[in-house]
Design a binder for this molecule. Structure first.
Ligand code: PMV
Length: 333
């Protein structure tokens, strides 16, 4: 089908947090991960993106949170749209408008929800009706973690082995209502991270003496986490999530020069979470390529932990979120 050239499609996708982390690429051009990963999609953090392909445009444009986006981001989106133009009958440039419901550049992974929403909205606006797997493969080429944000609940990303990336996609393990857990995102710093994930992964893969062990030990983490999720074993899930987080950060620190994404509050919160456990209040932390600490708790303990962690010096605020849904089209006019 050749779509109406002015078809406007809007999609919403939610951010996700990796419980088993992805760090390192086996192919940079196709953005193929060196390891699989498992994530939780987040209800409270979402990106809404509208796309219109318009033959009258002389270039792709990107409006981010109501303002013209920086050139670097606009170019990244334009390269991504080239993939869709390559697969469809559409040659026109596009107007893209994207809105995060959470602060951009606060060290929260916005690329996952952004590229998942863009993949869905832009492919549909270009007349493509892609399956979940095809959308995941497409989104992965914008950002590795975006492949997981197409799906709600608990999601597994396969690293795949094929050279063209046809088996490097995400798929759901269990839906959002599978389990009553919450993530408390403790914001410790509002600035953007110093070293982005792409550069950090590249440096780690080429300089860390532990990189091969990281890749080799990943499959066992995946098996154990899948099992913990399916059996709703909170302790096993939390211990595995903490271990994967520390393994990833240990790896990144062992790069040359070492990558340290934490600040003082990050470390204090990690210790605080472990102290709570000693006192019989169960919670587990995970941290991405930034200083924010994300604390996994059972639903019934969320109010207690939110109150305690809010008091912590250095915690600017907390975003509390339940598991979130699949990415979806919200407008097609
Ligand atoms: O997809 P990227 O380039 O944003 O990399 C994600 C890296 C981590 O957030 C640190 C881990 C993960 O699996 O999400």
């Amino acid at each position: 089908m050749i779509p109406d050239s002015k078809n406007k499609v809007t999609a919403i996708a939610h951010a996700n947090i990796a419980l088993v982390k992805y760090w390192g690429k086996r192919d940079e051009k196709l953005n193929l991960p060196a390891v699989g990963s498992i994530s939780l999609t987040l209800q409270e953090l979402s990106t809404e993106t509208s796309v219109i392909f318009d033959p009258g445009l002389e270039k792709d444009t990107l409006v981010l949170n109501g303002q013209a986006a920086p050139t670097r981001q606009e170019q990244r989106v334009s390269r991504f749209l080239d993939l869709i133009r390559g697969e469809s009958n559409v040659g026109a440039y596009a107007n893209v408008s994207s809105q995060n419901n959470f602060p951009t550049g606060a060290g929260l992974a916005s690329s996952a929800s952004a590229f998942a929403a863009l993949a869905l909205a832009a492919s549909r606006a270009a007349g493509l009706n892609l399956s979940g797997r095809e959308l995941s493969i497409l989104a992965r080429q914008g950002s590795g973690s975006a492949a997981r944000s197409l799906f709600g609940g608990f999601v597994e990303m396969h690293k795949g082995i094929s050279e063209n990336g046809s088996d490097a996609y995400a798929e759901p393990i269990a839906p959002a209502d599978h389990w009553g857990i919450r993530l408390l995102i403790c914001i410790t710093e509002e600035r953007e991270k110093a070293i982005g994930s792409t550069e950090g992964m590249k440096r780690t893969a080429s300089t860390s003496p532990y990189y091969n062990e990281w890749v080799d030990t990943s499959p066992q983490d995946m098996v154990a986490m899948r099992q913990a999720i399916l059996s709703r074993d909170f302790t096993a899930m939390g211990e595995l999530a903490e271990a994967s987080c520390l393994k990833m950060h240990g790896l990144a620190m062992s790069a040359w020069p070492g990558l340290v994404y934490w600040n003082g509050t990050t470390v204090e919160l990690m210790q605080a979470v472990r102290e709570f456990r000693k006192k019989g209040k169960e919670a587990y932390f995970t941290i991405d390529a930034g200083p924010q600490v994300k604390v996994l708790v059972r639903d019934e303990d969320a109010a207690f932990f939110q109150k305690e962690l809010e008091k912590w010096p250095g915690v600017k605020r907390i975003i509390s979120t339940t598991p979130g849904p699949d990415a979806q089209i919200v407008e097609n006019i």
